[in-house]
Design a protein around this ligand. Structure first.
Ligand code: MOS
Length: 718
C-alpha cells in the first residue's frame, strides 16, 4: 500500500484554518434577509394569543411567520415541524420566526412579539414518569432463574443526565429560491435526508431541490435527523422572495436539535465464585418527548459483550414534555457500557479478581447472542497491549491503596464496542486526458476527515498522487451516499470509491486491450493494476502505459464511472464489530473532591487504519468526550417549568484543555476480509464507549466510593 495506512494531513485543513471553507450561514448570497426564532416560554399548553403588530412596525422587519400564517405541511407523521399549530409541546419550541434585513433587527423584533399561553402543568421529572416497555429481543436462556441461583450477585442502579452536543458551528441554513428551484446550504450530516424532508414539506419534486453541506463544524449526531429550521429558512425565503439565513443561537441549540436522553439503568449480574458469568439482566429507561418515540438501543451491545448464557435486556421509554432526544456520539452504547462495565467492575471487587482478568475469564470467542463467529475481534490483544503500555501489572488491587502525595490514585479499565456497520453508497470518478481527476460522493464530513480518507483511498486505487485528486462531497448533485452517522462512512463511501476506481481501470483497459501492439493487448482485468499514473500488468510491470495515453489511444476525452458498493452477503454469516480496551488513571483530592483524569491509554481494534493521523485524532476526541461525560456534563431541568436551565457553555460544563492530561491511543490492526474489501471498520464512536465507565471505575479504585450517577462531580465524593 502506497498511501493507505500512511499519515496524511487533512486535505481541507488549509481551507478551514484560513476561513476559505464556508459553513452553512456563511455562503455569500445576494441580498440576504435574516431570521430569528421566537421560542415558547412555557412547556405545555396552547398559544391563546399572538400579537406581532409591534414587532412588524420596526424598521427592517419583512415578515413574521407564526402558526397562523405559515404553510401547513401535509405529510403524516409525528416528527416535530415548526409553526403547524397553537399546540405547545416543550419549552423552547419555535412559535414564531421574524425575518428582517439584519440579524440584529430580527432579534430585537423577536422580543416584541407578544404571546399569551393557556398553560398546562408540564411533566418532565423522570422519577415521577411511568415507564412504557418498548422493542427488544427476547431473553436469552433463563436469566431470572439463573440470577436467583447464582452464588455471587451484583445489583446496582445507574443514571446519566441529559447531555447536549455542543459543536462549534451553530445549527443554521441559508436558503433561496430561483423560480420553483430551491437551494439550501445546511449544517447537516446527510444532504439527501434534508432534501427528502424539504420535498415532502413543500410537496415539490426532490429534483427541484439542491442541498449542500460542504463543511460542517461538528455535529456528533445533532444533525443526523433533519431539524426543523431548514424548512423554516426555506419557507421564509419563499415568503420574502429573498435568500434567508437562519441560525440558532447557542442557547437555542439546547432545545433546537435534540440531546442524549436521560438514562436510568439497573444491572443484575449473577456469577460463579470462579468469576464465570451466569446471568445478566440489564434494564434501561430513557426519556422521550410526548409526541415522538425516540429509543436508542441502550442495552443492545451488552448482549454481545461477554460469554454469558442467560441474558435479558428490557428497555423502557419515559414520555416527558421535553423536546425529542436524538443520536449523540455512540448513542446507547456509551450509556449502556457505563452501567454494564461499572457493574462488571463491582463484581471484580466482590470476587477479588483483577478487573482485566475477570473480563478475560468471560471473553466471548463467538457472538453469544447468535453463535456466529466474529469477522475479527482483537480485543484480547487490545487488553494485552493497553495493559502493558499503561503498566497495569503495578496496580494494587485494594481501593485507596495507591497514592501520589496527598492525592489518591485510581486505575480503572473498561471495554468499548461498536458495530462495524456498512451501508450502500455510490461514488463517481471522472479521469480526463489532461490528467485531472474528480472523485465525488454525496456524503458529508462533519470533522472526522472524510475528505482526506476518501482522497487516500482514491489515490491508492487509481495509482495517482493524492494532491492530484479532488474529492468532493456534501451536495445532492453528487451520487447518493448515506448520512454520516453510526461510524459507517469510511467503510461505506470508502468502499464505493475503491470500487469505482476498479471500474475506471476496467474502462481504461477496455480502451487498449484489443489493440495489437498495445503493451496491454489481451490483458485480463484481474492481472492489471493502476500504479504511478500507469495502467500495467501485475505479472510484468514493464507492460504498462500511462493513464492519459490510454485515454488518448482510445480516442476519448475522459472516462467516468458511477459505482455503488453494498455490504457483502458474506457478512451475514458473521458478527461484525469493533472493540477496544481502555485504561484510565485518576488522581483525587479527597479534601476537595476534585478528580483529574491524569492518564488514559486506549487500545482499539477497528480493522485497517486508512489515515493514522486523523484516526488518532478521532480516538483522542472520543477520550476527551468520555472525560466530559464522566466528570462534567449535565443538562439541568427545572421541573416546575419543564425548562432546561443550563443552556450556555458557562453552566453546561464541557472539558477544556486543563481537564485533559496524557491521552495515548493505539490501534491493534485487524486484517478483516469479511467486513469489506479494504477491511475498514468505524472508529469515531467506538473510542468513547468504555471511557466513562473506566473513569468511574478508577474513581472507585482511588477512593473506595462507587458513584453510579454521572457526572462524578466533587459533591458526590465529599
Ligand atoms: Mo453519530 S451519533 O452516529 O452522528
Amino acid at each position: 500500500m502506497r498511501y493507505i495506512g500512511k499519515e496524511m494531513s487533512r486535505v481541507d485543513g488549509v481551507a478551514k484554518v484560513t476561513g476559505r471553507a464556508k459553513y452553512a450561514v456563511e455562503y455569500k448570497v445576494n441580498n440576504p434577509a435574516y431570521g430569528y426564532i421566537v421560542q415558547s416560554t412555557v412547556a405545555k399548553g396552547r398559544i391563546s394569543k399572538i400579537d406581532t403588530s409591534k414587532a412588524e412596525k420596526l424598521p427592517g422587519v419583512l415578515k413574521i411567520l407564526t402558526h397562523q400564517n405559515a404553510l401547513k405541511v401535509e405529510e403524516e407523521g409525528r416528527q416535530f415541524r415548526a409553526l403547524q399549530s397553537d399546540n405547545v409541546l416543550f419549552c423552547g419550541q419555535p412559535v414564531a420566526l421574524v425575518v428582517a434585513d439584519t440579524f440584529e433587527q430580527a432579534r430585537y423584533a423577536a422580543n416584541l412579539v407578544e404571546i399569551e399561553y393557556a398553560k398546562e402543568e408540564p411533566s418532565t421529572d423522570f422519577s415521577a414518569t411511568p415507564r412504557v416497555q418498548t422493542r427488544g429481543p427476547a431473553p436469552r436462556g433463563k436469566p431470572a432463574e439463573e440470577f436467583a441461583n447464582s452464588p455471587v450477585k451484583i445489583e446496582a442502579e445507574y443514571s446519566i443526565p441529559i447531555e447536549h452536543h455542543n459543536p462549534m458551528e451553530p445549527h443554521g441554513a441559508t436558503a433561496f429560491w430561483e423560480g420553483e428551484k430551491l437551494t439550501v446550504f445546511d449544517k447537516s450530516q446527510g444532504v439527501y435526508g434534508v432534501r427528502g424532508h424539504l420535498a415532502r414539506s413543500f410537496n415539490i419534486p426532490e429534483g427541484n431541490i439542491n442541498v449542500r453541506s460542504l463543511f460542517v463544524g461538528g455535529a456528533f449526531g445533532s444533525s443526523l435527523n433533519v431539524n426543523y429550521y431548514p424548512f423554516l429558512a426555506a419557507l421564509a425565503a419563499r415568503e420574502v422572495k429573498r435568500p434567508v439565513k437562519l441560525s440558532l443561537t447557542r442557547r437555542q441549540m439546547f432545545t433546537g436539535h435534540g440531546y442524549r436522553p436521560y438514562t436510568a439503568q439497573k444491572v443484575s449480574i449473577g456469577a460463579d465464585e470462579s468469576g464465570k458469568l451466569r446471568s445478566i439482566i440489564h434494564e434501561a429507561s430513557t426519556n422521550t418527548s410526548s409526541y415522538e418515540e425516540f429509543a436508542e438501543g441502550t442495552t443492545r451491545f451488552g448482549r454481545t459483550l461477554y460469554e454469558c448464557p442467560n441474558y435479558d435486556s428490557p428497555y423502557y421509554l419515559l414520555k416527558t414534555d421535553l423536546p425529542t432526544p436524538t443520536w449523540m456520539r455512540a448513542p446507547g452504547a456509551v450509556s449502556g457500557a457505563f452501567a454494564i462495565e461499572s457493574a462488571i467492575d463491582e463484581l471484580a471487587y466482590e470476587l477479588k479478581i483483577d478487573p482485566v482478568e475477570l473480563r478475560l475469564i468471560n471473553y466471548a470467542e463467538k457472538d453469544p447472542e447468535t453463535g456466529k463467529p466474529f469477522s475479527s475481534k482483537a480485543l484480547r490483544e487490545c487488553f494485552t497491549a493497553g495493559a502493558k503500555k499503561f503498566g497495569w501489572e503495578k496496580r494494587k488491587f485494594a481501593p485507596r491503596s495507591m497514592r501520589d502525595g496527598d492525592l489518591f490514585v485510581g486505575w480503572g479499565t473498561a471495554v468499548g464496542t461498536w458495530g462495524a456497520f456498512q451501508a450502500p453508497a455510490t461514488a463517481k470518478i471522472r479521469v480526463r486526458n489532461d490528467g485531472s481527476l474528480l472523485v465525488g460522493s454525496g456524503t458529508t464530513d462533519i470533522g472526522p476527515g472524510t475528505y482526506t480518507v476518501c482522497t487516500i483511498i482514491a489515490a491508492e486505487a487509481l495509482g495517482i498522487e493524492p494532491k492530484k485528486i479532488e474529492f468532493v462531497l456534501g451536495d445532492t448533485e453528487l451520487p447518493k451516499a448515506p448520512s454520516q452517522g453510526g461510524s459507517i462512512t469510511t467503510a461505506s463511501v470508502g468502499s464505493a470509491v475503491y470500487g469505482a476506481a476498479g471500474e475506471v481501470r476496467r474502462k481504461l483497459l477496455g480502451l487498449v486491450d484489443k489493440k495489437e501492439g498495445s503493451p496491454l493487448f489481451g490483458a485480463a482485468f484481474e492481472d492489471t493494476e493502476l500504479v504511478d499514473g500507469m495502467l500495467r500488468l501485475k505479472s510484468d510491470t514493464s507492460k504498462s502505459m500511462r493513464i492519459v495515453d490510454a485515454l488518448k489511444e482510445g480516442g476519448v476525452e475522459y472516462v467516468e464511472v458511477e459505482y455503488q458498493s453494498r455490504p457483502s452477503a458474506e457478512r451475514q454469516n458473521y458478527t461484525t464489530m469493533a472493540h477496544g480496551a481502555q485504561f484510565v488513571e485518576v488522581k483525587v483530592d479527597e479534601s476537595l473532591g476534585i478528580i483529574k483524569a491524569t492518564r488514559v491509554v486506549e487500545a482499539t481494534a477497528c480493522g485497517r487504519i486508512i489515515n493514522p493521523l486523523t484516526s488518532h485524532s478521532q480516538e483522542m476526541g472520543g477520550v476527551v468526550w468520555g472525560i466530559g461525560m464522566a466528570l462534567h456534563e449535565a443538562t439541568e431541568i427545572d421541573h416546575r417549568y419543564g425548562k432546561m436551565m443550563t443552556t450556555n457553555l458557562a453552566d453546561y460544563h464541557v472539558p477544556v484543555s486543563a481537564d485533559v492530561f496524557s491521552v495515548e491511543t493505539d490501534f491493534v490492526e485487524e486484517k478483516d476480509e469479511i467486513v469489506n474489501e479494504l477491511g475498514i471498520k468505524g472508529m469515531g464512536e467506538l473510542c468513547l464507549v468504555g471511557i466513562p465507565a473506566a473513569i468511574a471505575n478508577a474513581v472507585y479504585h482511588a477512593t473506595g466510593k462507587r458513584v453510579r450517577d454521572l457526572p462524578i462531580t466533587p459533591d458526590k465524593l465529599l
